[in-house]
Design a protein around this ligand. Structure first.
Ligand SMILES: NC(=O)c1ccc[n+]([C@@H]2O[C@H](COP(=O)([O-])OP(=O)(O)OC[C@H]3O[C@@H](n4cnc5c(N)ncnc54)[C@H](O)[C@@H]3O)[C@@H](O)[C@H]2O)c1
Length: 377
């Protein structure tokens, strides 16, 4: 927090889908109960005037910019949240750090592994507080699964799987956007879009793959360009990574799935771990429901409604269901709390080292697919 202000003042670079979600999370900060730090959106930068106009309805926003350096020159901004296309991550993130601001970065934290390492190293050199956006661990069901797995309650882990599945790209007439073009999204394609979400919890548990065999698919080679023609769609759409992760000293199967074309799935995030004593299973298809497995003479899957038991308490009653905007605000609360040294033993946002570790997996996956072999990490 700034020495001159009791409120963390946030600026947003990139006011598209995620920039506006961040504005919404910050605008209802009062939903958090007894939260020790205030946070407020102060400025925004986007290239599109219509998007800047959208932010004019947020009463706390004082600065509107079309060049991110103009926003960074403002002294009354402590933290920048940057949500721009992946080819701009490195330049903009480095500018943020060098302007003396802390950074809440969007994934994948650079277009490739080399960029991620450069951003991580500069943040370290300058001593800036940097975390990376990844909201699913802030769902009560995921939090519970993480606690059980981290506490060793599962016995010997036999296998783990994490998946993030979309289906909107099943429509071949959906116009192309920057996320389907390698020069903007990165060669890693869907792994850059969805990968941080699937690998974050396994990595936080210390389950970093030691080897990966990847199956990558490009499904529709072109899409309408929105101007009457067609444009090349050259990113990986679906990625299935069969990994081996050392878990408590045992080489254990870990499957990471990221798919843009997964029939029947809208935004389904799945985490499942089976151990000799217990198991956990969570899917966003049942957002308040937590499944856990136990065994005595027989084996049982038990289903519990966790309701709105988010890590940071809010005004919302415990019986309700959490959704995407809720966990986004929880993630922001974790960022702001950790920056102030007040996170305690709660789950923290992804670190720059974790973001680099993600990229190491995706780089190995590209090599595995290209050479059709298991690649050690
Ligand atoms: N955490 C999540 O759940 C989640 C979900 C979607 C996207 N993302 C990530 O968020 C980031 C942005 O994705 P999005 O879906 O919001 O994209 P988007 O296309 O909706 O928004 C990007 C915005 O950046 C603006 N922009 C482009 N160049 C700029 C520049 N030089 N200066 C300022 N603004 C500029 C664009 O005008 C656009 O409004 C990506 O890194 C993406 O991977 C995260």
């Amino acid at each position: 927090m700034s020495a001159t202000s009791a409120t963390v003042r946030v600026g947003i670079i990139g006011g598209g889908l995620m920039g506006r979600e961040a504005a919404s999370a910050l605008a209802r900060w009062f939903a958090l109960v007894d939260f020790p730090v205030r946070a407020e959106l102060t400025g925004v930068c986007d290239l599109q005037p219509a998007l800047l106009d959208w932010f004019r309805q947020v009463p706390t926003v004082k600065h509107f910019a079309t060049n991110h350096r103009d926003l960074l020159a403002r002294e009354d901004i402590d933290v920048i949240y940057a949500a721009v296309p992946h080819h701009l991550h490195e330049e903009i993130y480095l500018d943020v750090l060098r302007a003396g601001k802390d950074l809440f970065a969007e994934k994948p934290f650079g277009i490739d592994l080399a960029a991620a390492r450069r951003i991580r190293d500069e943040a370290r050199r300058l001593g800036r507080f940097v975390r990376v956006s990844s909201e699913f661990p802030f769902l009560p069901g995921v939090h519970r699964a993480w606690q059980l797995a981290a506490g060793g309650a599962l016995g010997r882990v036999l296998e783990a799987k994490c998946a993030f599945l979309h289906s909107s790209d099943l429509d071949p007439l959906k116009p192309i956007n920057w996320k389907r073009q390698a020069k903007f999204c990165g060669e890693i394609g869907v792994m850059g879009d969805l990968g941080m979400h699937v690998a974050h919890v396994p990595l936080r548990l210390g389950w970093k793959p030691a080897a990966v065999y990847a199956q990558l698919q490009k499904i529709y080679p072109e899409r309408p360009d929105g101007k009457g023609g067609m444009a090349a769609c050259d990113t990986w759409d679906n990625a299935t990574l069969h990994c081996t992760a050392p878990i408590a000293g045992h080489a254990t199967p870990l499957t990471l799935e990221m798919k843009r074309l997964a029939p029947t799935e809208t935004n389904t995030w799945i985490f499942e771990v089976l151990g000799t004593e217990r198991g956990v299973r969570f899917s966003t298809k049942e957002p308040k429901t937590f499944w856990s497995y136990r065994r005595d003479k027989e084996q049982w899957w038990e289903k519990t409604d966790l309701g709105f038991g988010t890590p940071f308490r809010t005004i919302t009653g415990g019986i309700f269901e959490p959704g995407f905007p809720d966990i986004l605000q929880q993630m922001w609360a974790a960022f702001i709390a950790e920056r102030a040294g007040l996170l305690g033993d709660k789950f923290g946002c992804a670190t720059p080292d974790e973001a680099v570790a993600h990229h190491e997996i995706w780089a190995a996956a590209l090599a595995s697919h290209r050479e059709q072999r298991v690649v050690p990490l």
